[in-house]
Design a protein. Structure first.
Length: 180
């Protein structure tokens, strides 16, 4: 029974890990290389050549992610939980303003969402670097840093949306339903 339980746990770990490896590889090859860098630096290459480079990029990314994962498993950081929550805080800082306000407020704009994302992520990153690397501050708390970054991002979303051109009413009606 213990052996079956162990196999089940290892299977769950492996299936999650390989999904994460593939997701990260797709981010590097498709999102970063194919959609962002290739149109700028490889304009002269054919679609097939770009596809081959993207495939090779994903293969290299999988190997690099595997090496980093093994290294982190072998030499775990002293404060692994803090590192985990810093990652969650970074994601929340960038995504909360655009997703929450954008899904609830009819006046939200694309420019507001982009500005909110940038303020959240850059604000969180700068705060983490300031608190954990540059200064010896008494409150090295990723929850506080994330909370302040989320608030700054939400305020940015509202202010920039109010200052920029509203989305066409037909688009807003498609997203939210007919206006009352």
């Amino acid at each position: 029974v213990a052996g079956l339980l162990g196999v089940g746990v290892l299977s769950a770990i492996m299936s999650t890990s390989d999904g994460l490896f593939i997701s990260i590889a797709v981010i590097f090859s498709n999102d970063l290389y194919k959609k962002t860098f290739a149109p700028v630096i490889h304009k002269h290459k054919s679609k097939e050549q770009i596809e081959q480079i993207a495939l090779n990029t994903s293969r290299v990314a999988i190997v690099l992610v595997g090496v980093v994962a093994c290294w982190l498993a072998w030499e775990p950081p002293q404060f692994l939980a803090v590192l985990l929550w810093m990652g969650v805080g970074g994601i929340l800082s960038g995504a909360t303003g655009p997703l929450l306000i954008g899904s609830l407020w009819r006046r939200a704009t694309k420019s507001g969402a982009i500005a909110s994302f940038l303020v959240g992520v850059i604000g969180f990153g700068a705060s983490v670097i300031y608190c954990f690397v540059l200064k010896d501050v008494p409150y090295k708390n990723p929850f506080v840093i994330a909370g302040l970054s989320i608030i700054a991002a939400a305020v940015t979303m509202i202010v920039v949306s109010l200052l920029t051109k509203q989305l066409p009413q037909a688009h807003v009606d498609d997203m939210f339903g007919e206006s009352a």
